[in-house]
Design a protein around this ligand. Structure first.
Ligand code: NDP
Length: 476
């Protein structure tokens, strides 16, 4: 049995773990060292049943509080996260693998608090649709009800907050199902946040894909928020047909970056690198293929090799590291296989590409690949790791066609000094977001979502609140 979180010191990693660990549960291993981080209890479809029923019972009272009261509680939840920040970051680093430093574990915990505070500050007012003296019509946003949220292992805490912060703000209650690879981080986060919230407004049921399916297929779930693979997103959409649960699906992508002729390679190299290698490349909206004009090709390649060489990879708790291991063996094998495909296709490895065979962790070296064909699998498939293929182009129209040539469309970016020229290219890209001279720069105020097989529905900002609401038009 686990210890009661209300009597445990949640500002230490040991305290966080003691509140959630099941001594007989499944071992969770540090992907950097193979050491046991803790033992997670495993939930079950029966536990989903109980959690959904409790969330349903708690929802009317939660929705009856004022938006201001809910905002105050979200701010208190952010205070609680900040009080436990270092402990949460250490647990996240050990379970997920990401270093404490760089745009990694401390950054992720900081984003959790920031997203809660941003949602606390948003005010979604009714919209007056018609007011002409004879007819008045206004659009109100009501809570959907009970939201089931299923998350991935790459940014387990932050993506959970992306899902539950707007949902709670709008008066919904939420049941979370974290990835089986990162259950401890999400359970610890929920314990910390729940210090501020009433009972059963937010709960978490750890478990495997079958537990996730029990949640997303539950007849009493009003809305599903899912972040993960396209394949699972499709399965969830099928299972939601019976309940007609509303959906927000964030299904990853294969983001392109296009460098224009007037870009300054030295000036953009750092941002290009981190646009691709944030969280060791395990980020849905990371740049996963880079198109560079022939005139700048060697300079961009060289500048990226220099940044890579100055960005240490290693065990997360060692402060000097800014890149970590792949989170799991499955992902390691995907990345290794795709780099091998690039080598087999005659591409030139600029750095990396030579993993150490015998090592305790799933470390794949930072890898930059040049002179690669656009149809090589390393370009056309989402590698989700510390690898960037750099494709040479001579014709901008061709580069745009290549960028748009896949079935997915989450993020994209354009890099150059002439903002108007960048904006013209941006307007031609098929993606939910296009950044100029940055990549993957999510902001709680700015809506984010995908097109094509990257999914649908928006998160963040007022649009994000609307997506966890149902419309109600009142007219007279
Ligand atoms: P999945 O889509 O399999 O898993 C995401 C979440 O869905 C997990 O919590 C998983 O549980 C759960 N799940 C699995 N099956 C079902 C189901 N039938 N119904 C409801 N929930 C379910 O992603 P993977 O972790 O397997 O990663 C595979 C690929 O997805 C990666 O290689 C990467 O390309 C992409 N990905 C994209 C992410 C993004 O941010 N968009 C994040 C992570 C991965 P469990 O983990 O227990 O199986």
């Amino acid at each position: 049995m686990t210890t009661d979180a209300s009597t445990t010191d949640l500002t230490t990693t040991a305290g966080l773990l003691s509140a959630i660990e099941d001594p007989h549960g499944r071992e969770i291993h540090d992907p950097a060292t193979g050491e046991v981080v803790g033992r997670t209890r495993e939930g079950s479809p029966a536990e989903i049943e109980a959690a959904v029923a409790a969330a349903r019972k708690a929802q009317p009272a939660w929705a009856a509080t004022s938006a201001q009261e809910r905002s105050e509680l979200l701010n208190q939840a952010a205070d609680a996260i900040e009080a436990s920040a270092e402990a949460l970051a250490e647990l996240l680093s050990r379970e997920q693998g990401k270093p404490l430093n760089g745009p990694n574990a401390r950054f992720e915990v900081g984003a959790c608090a920031a997203w809660l505070r941003a949602n606390a500050a948003f005010e979604l007012e009714p919209e007056v649709l018609v007011e002409d003296g004879e007819t008045h019509a206004e659009l109100h946003y009501r809570p959907v009800g009970v939201i089931g949220a299923v998350g991935p292992w790459n940014w387990p805490m932050m993506i959970s907050v992306w899902q539950f912060a707007p949902a709670l703000k709008m008066g919904n209650t939420v049941v979370l199902k974290p990835s089986e690879y990162t259950p401890l981080s999400v359970q610890a986060l929920v314990d910390v946040v729940n210090q501020a919230l009433p009972a059963d407004v937010l709960s978490v049921v750890p478990g495997d894909g079958a537990v996730g399916a029990a949640l997303t297929g539950h007849a009493d779930i009003d809305k599903i928020m899912f972040t993960g693979s396209t394949k699972t997103g499709q399965a969830i959409m099928r299972s939601a047909a019976d309940s007609l649960a509303r959906l927000t699906l964030e299904l990853g992508g294969n983001d392109a970056g296009i460098v224009l002729e007037d870009a300054d390679p030295a000036a953009i190299a750092g941002d290009l690198f981190w646009g691709a290698f944030i969280n060791t490349g395990q980020t849905c909206a990371a740049m996963k293929r880079l198109y560079v004009p022939e005139s700048l090709y060697d300079q961009v390649c060289q500048a990226l090799v220099e940044v890579a060489g100055a960005s240490p990879m290693g065990v997360g708790l060692e402060e000097e590291n800014v890149l970590g291991p792949l989170q799991n063996k499955q992902q390691y094998d995907i990345v290794a296989g795709l780099v091998q495909a690039a080598k087999d296709g005659g591409a030139r490895v600029l750095t990396g590409g030579d993993p150490v065979a015998e090592q305790p962790g799933y470390f794949y070296p930072t890898t930059l690949v040049a002179d690669i064909d656009n149809d090589n699998p390393l370009v056309s498939e989402e590698q989700f790791g510390p690898v960037l293929p750099i494709i040479k182009y001579t014709d901008l129209d061709q580069a745009i066609e290549w960028a748009n040539g896949l079935e997915v469309g989450l993020g994209s970016s354009v890099w150059g000094t002439d903002l108007d020229a960048c904006r013209k290219v941006a307007a031609r890209l098929q993606a939910g977001s296009t950044w100029i001279n940055k990549h993957g720069a999510v902001d709680p105020r700015i809506p984010f979502g995908g097109v094509k097989k990257s999914g649908f529905g928006l998160e963040f900002g007022l649009e994000g609140l609307k997506h966890v609401s149902v419309p109600h038009v009142i007219s007279w």
